[in-house]
Design a protein around this ligand. Structure first.
Ligand code: ZN
Length: 165
């Protein structure tokens, strides 16, 4: 088979992991966890939720991945808000007639607790993606004490994309 109709949906998977270190602002899903004593390390703001989501969108569309488009060796991206990566991915999809229609996310970390900000993150991501909030889901899980000495946040994102309507 050489091609499929453009109307068929496509799924994308993205994962990301950042170490959690002291004295870093803790941004996850574009929401600041203000009272968290640790935050994701990284060349940008380290927002692993936005990175995994961006990679899932790019992957679903068959585009180059986050690390290729926004390399951490490029000072342009130093300390940048990761929402710019997501916006750039949304624009690239739109340019080829694609829109994200559904998102599911799993965030694994022992700190911060995700539940108090879960609905804020869902609303925020839904706004960025131009989706109703019921199409953006997010689950917070602990790391069950595994690798207890190394604090980290792990995110898995699955998206469904399809033609713009
Ligand atoms: Zn990342």
């Amino acid at each position: 088979m050489t091609s499929l109709p453009d109307s068929l949906p496509r799924i994308g998977l993205g994962t990301d992991r950042h170490r959690l270190v002291p004295d870093r602002a803790c941004w996850l899903g574009g929401v600041l966890f203000g009272d968290c004593p640790v935050g994701p390390d990284g060349h940008s703001d380290g927002d692993a939720v936005l990175h995994a989501l961006t990679d899932a969108l790019l992957g679903a569309a068959g585009l180059e991945d986050l690390g290729t488009l926004f390399p951490d060796t490029d000072p342009t991206w130093q300390g940048v808000a990761s929402e710019s990566f997501l916006q750039a991915a949304i624009e690239r999809l739109a340019a080829i007639g694609l829109h994200c229609w559904s998102v599911d996310l799993v965030v694994q970390c022992d700190q911060p607790k995700i539940a108090p900000q879960r609905d804020n993150i869902r609303r925020h991501l839904a706004d960025l993606l131009a989706l109703p909030v019921d199409r953006v889901n997010l689950k917070g899980k602990t790391r069950e004490g595994v690798d207890a000495e190394i604090k980290a946040v792990d995110v898995t994102a699955v998206v469904l994309i399809g033609p713009t309507v």
